[in-house]
Design a protein around this ligand. Sequence first.
Ligand code: SAM
Length: 273
Amino acid sequence: MKKEDEIDLLELDWEYIWKKSIKKGMKKEKNWDEIAKDYGKWLENDDYPDVMLGKMRISSEDTVLDIGCAEGTITRKIAKKAKSVTGLDKSKLMLEELNKNAEEEAIGNINTIQMDIKDLSHEKIGDYDIVLASRCLNGISNIKETLLTLNEIANKYVYITVFGSSTHEYKKEKAKIAGKTFKAGTDYSVLFMLLKSLGIEANIVQLECENLKEYSDMDEAIQRSMWKLGELEEENKIALENYFKEIFVKNDRGNWVNPKDKTDLVLIWWKKE
Ligand SMILES: C[S@@+](CC[C@H](N)C(=O)[O-])C[C@H]1O[C@@H](n2cnc3c(N)ncnc32)[C@H](O)[C@@H]1O
């Protein structure tokens, strides 16, 4: 018999814990349209898309739903392995970039859907063999319903990546210099426990990405930081630039890299029973 003070982890309200940390982590919703034209360039030297693809079991017969696909760096790679891919994103401009890029590469098996993840349902979307939600769930509040929907849509596998916490100390330091307060946001362990409480036994993997964030000049580094931190006072901009000058090093492509800011992503995936 259970002792009175014994805690059953699966009975905790993991969605509540998740929601509480969103409020802490994300003050305002990001406008992804703003960076649609630049996002592909940000990913140019990022090894994450290939690391991620290496973890996915995709056959040439598979249909894939890529949620939060952005301008399609990953979507286009999947298209070359799968039967077809549908990229879903709420940003109209990101999807325009994706379609343009697919056309330029003569990829004919990609469809796009403009939709907010919050409105996603099996009835609207139908079945796919594989569902991917890469780096787009950290800010989703109806997370329980979303996870159940992803599970319902997938015939074979669901893959989710969320940001890890290994660079939090650096981000705290950077925010302080920028005159902002660091907020950790949602944590992958909560997502994992929420899935467990829903009866979904997922696998969890810390992805090993080697590449560092790379910038052609200091101005680009400041602009990309402002996308995350919001507008900065002039004095904080200067302080941040001086900080970057202290820690950045040049790589063999002649770009600046930040040794303290390695891509940190955790993969949570499961096979449909
Ligand atoms: C960090 S990017 C990730 C892009 C791509 N999946 C990757 O990993 O490189 C996040 C993308 O998710 C989309 N996104 C964020 N919240 C969303 C939501 N609630 N509904 C639909 N798309 C969303 C954004 O528009 C953006 O294109």
